[in-house]
Design a protein around this ligand. Structure first.
Ligand code: NAD
Ligand code: IPM
Ligand code: MN
Length: 332
C-alpha cells in the first residue's frame, strides 16, 4: 500500500508518529509518503496546500491524516475542506463505540452507532459573501449529494441492525426537506427501517439514550457538531476516529483538531488516531491486523497506560509504544 501520511499541526505531530509506530509494528508492506500541509506550512511558505500536494494525495492508495489548525481568517482556505472537495469524499463516517475499559457519561456501555455525515455540501458550500454589516453563507443541498450519502448510509445500515435515523431541520430550513425526502426514498428502496428526527430534540435523545440508535445520516454541519458531542458518550474527543470516503479516494483521521491548548507537551491521546488507523486497515482488507490493533488498545488501557484526558499519567509516545510493543510480541 502507498500511504500518504500528513501529520499537520499541533497534536497531529504527536498522535500521528505514535500511530505510525503502531502501523510499523504490524510488519505490513506499506510505502509511506510524508506530505506537509496546514497552518505551519502556510506560515513558512505562504500556502497551506498546493496543487502538487493534492496530486500526491491522489497518487496514493489512501491518506492518513492528523489534524490541522484553521485560523478564522477570510483569506485562509481550509486544507481539510479543500481535500474533501478535491477528492470528492462525500461520506464522513464517524463510529461511536465505547472501549471496554473507558466509561463515558453513562454507566451503560451497550451502544454502538455510526454518524454518516454528508461531507461536501450543506453549510460547507464555501459560497459566502462577507461584508461589514451582513455576511451570508449559502446552504446547498442537492438531490445528487443527498442520494449518494443516503444510499451509503442505507448500505451500511443493512450490514448492521438495518435501522436508519435521518436527522434534519426541515421545519425551519426547506433545503432540508430535499435531504429528508431523498433519504426516505433511499431507505424505502433498499428496505431499511427508518425514522426521522429534528436535530435539536435528536441531540437530546442521542446523548441521553444512545443505545436506541444504529446508523444516523445527516447534513454536514449537524454531523460535525453531533460527532464531537458524542465524544462525551465514550470518554472524550481523544477516542473518536473517522473515515472520509468517496468513489475513488479514502482518507482516515481522528475527529478531533490540532488542540493548541495541549500541543507540544506529548500528552495528547493517540487512541483516536490509532482507531483511525484501524479503520484504514479494515478498509484495505487487513482485517486480522485491524483486530490486533483494537485488542492492543484494550490491553494498554486496561493496564492503565493512558494519557491525562483519561485520568492517566502516560505520554502520547508511551501509549503508542505500549500498543506497538504488544503487537510486536503477539506477531512473533
Ligand atoms: P480540538 O478538537 O482541537 O480540541 C478541543 C478540546 O479537546 C481541547 O481542549 C483539546 O485539548 C481536547 N482534545 C482534542 N483532541 C485531544 C486528544 N487527542 N487528546 C486529549 N485531548 C484532546 O478543537 P478546537 O480547540 O475547537 O480546535 C483547534 C483547532 O483545530 C482549530 O484551528 C480547528 O479549526 C482545528 N480543527 C481541525 C480538525 C482537523 O484537522 N480534522 C478538526 C477539528 C478542529
Ligand atoms: C472536523 C473538523 C472540520 C469540519 C474543520 C476543521 C474544517 O471540525 O473534521 O470535524 O468542520 O469538518
Ligand atoms: Mn469537527
Amino acid at each position: 500500500m502507498k500511504l500518504a501520511v500528513v501529520e499537520g499541526d499541533g497534536i497531529g505531530k504527536e498522535v500521528i508518529p505514535a500511530a505510525i509506530e503502531v502501523l510499523d509494528s504490524l510488519g505490513l508492506d506499506v510505502e509511506k509518503i510524508p506530505v506537509e500541509l496546514g497552518y505551519g506550512k502556510w506560515e513558512r511558505t505562504g500556502s497551506a496546500i498546493t496543487d502538487e500536494d493534492i496530486d500526491t494525495l491522489k497518487e496514493c492508495d489512501c491518506v492518513f491524516f492528523g489534524a490541522v489548525t484553521t485560523p478564522p481568517d477570510p483569506n485562509y482556505k481550509s486544507v481539510l475542506l479543500t481535500i474533501r472537495k478535491e477528492l470528492d469524499m462525500y461520506a464522513n463516517i464517524r463510529p461511536i463505540r465505547p472501549l471496554p475499559s473507558v466509561k463515558g457519561i453513562h454507566e451503560r456501555n451497550d451502544f454502538n452507532f455510526i454518524i454518516v455525515r454528508e461531507n461536501t455540501e450543506g453549510l460547507y458550500s464555501g459560497i459566502e459573501e462577507i461584508g461589514t454589516d451582513i455576511s451570508t453563507t449559502k446552504r446547498v443541498v442537492t438531490r445528487k449529494g443527498s442520494k449518494r450519502i443516503a444510499d451509503y448510509a442505507c448500505k451500511l445500515a443493512k450490514s448492521r441492525m438495518n435501522k436508519l435515523t435521518i436527522v434534519h431541520k426541515s421545519n425551519v430550513m426547506k433545503s432540508d426537506k430535499l435531504f429528508l425526502d431523498v433519504s426516505r426514498q433511499s431507505a424505502i428502496d433498499t428496505g431499511v427501517l427508518h425514522r426521522d428526527e429534528l436535530v435539536d430534540s435528536f441531540a437530546y435523545n442521542l446523548i441521553t439514550s444512545p443505545w436506541n440508535y444504529d446508523v444516523i445520516v445527516t447534513t454536514n454541519l449537524f454531523g460535525d457538531i453531533l460527532s464531537d458531542m458524542s465524544g462525551a458518550l465514550v470518554g472524550g474527543l481523544g477516542l473518536l476516529p473517522s473515515a472520509n470516503i468517496g468513489e475513488k479516494y479514502a482518507f482516515f483521521e481522528p475527529v478531533h483538531g490540532s488542540a493548541p491548548d495541549i500541543a507540544g507537551n506529548n500528552r495528547a491521546n493517540p487512541v483516536a488516531a490509532i482507531l483511525s488507523l484501524k479503520m484504514l486497515l479494515e478498509w484495505h482488507g487487513d482485517l486480522a491486523e485491524a483486530a490486533i490493533v483494537e485488542e492492543a488498545i484494550d490491553v494498554a488501557l486496561n493496564m492503565g497506560i493512558c494519557t491525562p484526558d483519561l485520568g492517566g499519567k502516560h505520554t502520547t509516545s508511551e501509549v503508542g509504544n505500549t500498543i506497538a510493543k504488544y503487537i510486536r510480541t503477539k506477531m512473533e
